[in-house]
Design a protein around this ligand. Sequence first.
Ligand SMILES: [Fe+2]
Ligand SMILES: [Zn+2]
Length: 397
Amino acid sequence: MRTERHSIRSVTSQNGLLAVQWGDGHESRFHAIWLRHQCWCPECGTPETGVRGIRLQHFDETITLSGVDFADTAVRVVWPDGHRSEYPARWLRNHCYSDTERASRRLAPVLWDATIAAHPPSGSLAEAEADPAARLRILEAVRDYGFCKITDAPKDSAERSRMIDLVGAQRQTHFGTYTLKTKKTVTNVGDTTGPLDPHMDEPYRYAAIGVTVFQVLHPSSNGGASTLVDGFEAVRRLKESWPEDFDMLCSMQITCQRFDPGDNSHGNERWYKSRLPVIQLDEQGEVCGVRMNERQISPLDVPADQVVPAYRALKRLFTILYDEDLCLTLDLKAGEGLLFDNQRLLHGRTGFTPETPPRAVLTSSVDLDDFHSSLRLLQRDLDPDAMHMVLRQGMAG
Ligand SMILES: [Fe+2]
Ligand SMILES: [Zn+2]
């Protein structure tokens, strides 16, 4: 669909810049070097596939435009050496790097607290499998709220790939696809029956797992409800009350580790350690990832004068995180599930009583980049302008 936003009123060449006047009144200015580098003619190739003949050494960064004009849906440029380029109008507008357009491509997350219990985002797996628009709504909920409840997840672990396929390609870690069950020898707290404080999973990895795919095969008849906390809202509250603690946790590297004696899908010992900040900011200073798991914080390796302030900051953060005011409790039944962003939300569960057959829940994961790939592909067909939104990259910044 053509809109005022994508229609060109005029183009002019000014001091090495291409100025485009759009139907909605906005003006974009593109540097000649930017345009030359993004020529997608058959000779220059495309960065989408990486089959690319163009090399920056072949022209100067102060290259000029020899000629510019436009047709209905494209801008055409002629270069000093006679090379010709053509840029689709919509593509140009969606890549405009004016301050206002860059800001409009950044989607703010919807922060939430315990009151979201009245209307948690939810969707149907069967509907998503039948209708791409329904699938897109689920993925948009995970993007915006950090989670989506699934009302009709498979009760049979043999069908687990249906839930994973909803989000993207499965990330295999040493856990494989893990079914949490009560066990005699415990090296994973998920296999116990006590309550679990809100935490993220696998903070000891350089690249933590992204979206957790969670489905209840067999619930407990007494407790074992799932809990979720919005880590972005928690750090917003920390920043509001204790800005110096917020700053410290954005910059200080905290070690998390995990020793696994072989109780994993490979049966081999594993010993992971990573050093990362608790709060990750992007280049605009916005929170884009959090990494909080109190149980896996290892000996602090920081300058001596920062030890006490670091513990003060961590204590304040965990006090906010464990506050009931932030906690959503979902008593999921067999055949219900969750998708949640493990680099934004924290999850836990209430305690329960052992019984036969035992409570069994299945977890798998999909990396954030694979989740975002699925989102982008759905948007390409259903909401093409949204495909160019800048997505928060979690702990990758
Ligand atoms: Fe967990
Ligand atoms: Zn070219």
